[in-house]
Design a protein around this ligand. Structure first.
Ligand code: FAD
Length: 386
């Protein structure tokens, strides 16, 4: 007897939704993605991909398309207000490796791969709610039944809200300003350098042979730091050696964002599951939001492959991957607070703390647990005892 192909309906055509679509389609599922926007596109400048996310892209055969569009970074520097290096990490090992890309490049590669695999992508389709028996309901009231429904609809997830899974959803009071700058003058080497001064950070990273990714962060209550176009004098007062960069950035169109903190409990209800920011939006300080989304999507497919009991697979998957996700979210929060709340008078102590995280394998291991945790690609065989 020919086995029926299982079907998935996914809300959200961002990194989480498209990755899940690709991986499910590769595993033999039929898949439909509903994206509220009229086109599939990313909002933002650049993105860092770490080992856990890269493993997923490599296994799916997508790195050959992506690699020419990004940069494999070799080192990551953290520099204090005096220009002293607080930390310099080697990104050349299998677990510390990091690539940086223009965001749009990643979403285009995922979009093209999903289409090649026969995923149906419906743009202009807003999902209003989901039901645990395996149903997405769109804004026109149409019901889309499936063996699995996925809420990958971002930090304000309608799917999560309709299933009553939201425990925390709050805006983090940090301003994030990002640029994708044409050319590599600001980052000629394949490195990423993050400068810290009082409660502000600014970083420059190569992102492909002809782009530089710049991100800046400060507390939301820092009005001069949060303003766009960029306040050259205010930023130069914090980082005098970077004035030339701020003069250039002042003339460019920034992406200004705030980020969110989401806790959902549990991540699934019946046949409905949350992925990516819908489940666990976190500050971007460790660059793990998308990487966790991709890695968790890969693990999810492994659990679904075990049998036909979708709700049981979703529960087992969450038990397996949630501890690393929760720990990463917690550490990303500490990192965010290290910039925002540290007393200015104690900046030298903070430099020492950052140094310690660079040299202690134990501390680095806790901070970067997600980088070191590959997705689950196989499960131990169940031992049957008689
Ligand atoms: C400043 C900043 C820097 C970051 N840097 C990194 C980094 O370097 N590395 C990293 O891994 N992560 C990073 N992140 C985190 C990363 O961007 C997110 O974790 C990731 O984009 C989440 O993807 P997602 O698909 O879950 O959600 P989203 O990207 O929010 O996608 C959700 C999609 O669903 C659609 N949608 C929403 N509601 C509905 C609905 N009701 N019906 C249908 N469609 C809907 C939206 O239009 C969107 O396309 C960063 C985040 C920020 C803010």
């Amino acid at each position: 007897m020919v086995k029926r192909r299982r079907h998935a309906e996914i809300a959200g055509g961002g990194i989480a939704g498209l990755t899940a679509a690709i991986l499910l389609a590769r595993a033999g599922w039929t898949v439909r993605v509903h994206e509220r926007a009229e086109v599939i596109r990313e909002i933002g400048a650049g993105i860092f991909l770490h080992n856990n996310g890269l493993l997923v892209l490599e296994e799916a055969g997508l790195m050959k398309d992506l690699a020419p569009l990004g940069t494999r970074l070799l080192r990551d520097h953290m520099v204090d207000w005096r220009g002293r290096v607080m930390q310099s990490r080697d990104l050349g090992t299998p677990v510390t490796r990091r690539w940086s890309f223009p965001r749009q490049a990643l979403i285009e590669v995922l979009h093209a791969a999903a289409l090649r695999l026969g995923v149906e992508i419906v743009t202009g389709s807003t999902i209003d709610s989901a039901r645990a028996e395996g149903l997405l309901v769109d804004a026109a009231g149409r019901e889309h039944g499936a063996d699995l429904v996925v809420g990958a609809d971002g930090h304000r997830s309608a799917v999560r809200a309709s299933l009553g899974l939201t425990r925390v959803e709050r805006r983090v009071p940090t301003t994030s300003i990002r640029f994708l700058v044409a050319g590599r003058e600001l980052a000629p080497e394949p490195t990423s350098t993050e400068h810290w001064s009082r409660r502000r950070r600014v970083a420059f990273a190569a992102a492909g042979h002809d782009h530089t990714y710049v991100y800046m962060a400060c507390p939301e209550w820092d009005e001069a730091g949060s303003r766009v176009p960029l306040e050259v004098d205010s930023w130069s007062e914090h980082f005098p050696r970077l004035r030339h960069a701020f003069e250039l950035l002042h003339r460019l169109e920034p992406f200004k964002a705030h980020y969110s903190w989401v806790r959902a409990e549990p991540w699934s209800a019946g046949r409905a599951v949350l992925l990516g920011d819908a489940a666990h939006a976190l500050p971007p300080t460790l660059g793990q939001g998308s990487n966790l989304a991709m890695s968790n999507a890969r693990s999810l497919v492994t659990y679904l492959e075990q049998g036909d009991d979708v709700p049981a697979a979703l529960r087992a998957w969450e038990r397996a991957v949630r501890p690393t996700t929760d720990a990463t979210q917690r550490w990303a929060g500490y990192y965010d607070r290290l910039t925002k709340h540290w007393p200015n008078a104690l900046s030298p102590v903070r430099s020492a703390v950052i140094w310690a995280f660079g040299v202690s394998p134990q501390l680095a291991g806790r901070l970067r647990r997600a980088d070191r945790t590959p997705p689950v690609t196989e499960l131990p065989a169940v031992r049957v005892t008689t």
